[in-house]
Design a protein around this ligand. Sequence first.
Ligand code: ZN
Length: 235
Amino acid sequence: MKLEKIMQNTLSYKNGKSMGINHEEIGDNHILTSYDTPLRPDAFILSDETKKEKIAHHFTQIMDTLGLDLTDDSLNGTPKRVAKMYVEEIFSGLNPKNKPKIALFENKYQYDQMLVEKDITFYSNCEHHFVPIIGKAHLAYISSGKVIGLSKLNRIVQYYAKRPQVQERLTVQIGRELMKLLDTESVAVIIDAKHLCVSSRGIKDESSATVTSFYNGEFLKQEKINELMNYIKNI
Ligand SMILES: [Zn+2]
């Protein structure tokens, strides 16, 4: 977790303002400023309904500015559709009220080896371009006495994916959440994803993928990493 300290020291967002990093400089470089999603303290004062109204209004302005004819039958519902999709679906993981409720169970079987949940498909969105990140997450943990329903591992991934994200942050947020929930140090998260801002625009590289990882506890040992890699690759 040393890296986390470094990131906190270089935290560049305060009160919603960028402090020291110019967005022109960020450009296509996906800079991560913090492992916490940079949210303002008043992020949830507005109701979801008000947010949808405001987003629809502003999205109308964007489409209008682009010169699109909003009286066209195909286009006139788009601002509302986008607003609903942002608030209720693809950015619903910003709001803590949508966090999945997780029940833990006693580890009755005394299973003390790693549990791996692999190939969890997720869709997120890049916070620098607001276009999709599509990927797979592989999670692993070694129980310290508590276990979690397998579908809940999937739900944790989906919750953090439904935010404007950078892949490094998504990886660490999932890892930290699992450590906290399961009360274990031994957690690993590997994410393998494609970024549409890289493949569909900018450099237009269709074949590249980005891999990020979070290893802690027993997973800092090379033998555990090797075992995990073996499961992910071969089963
Ligand atoms: Zn991007």
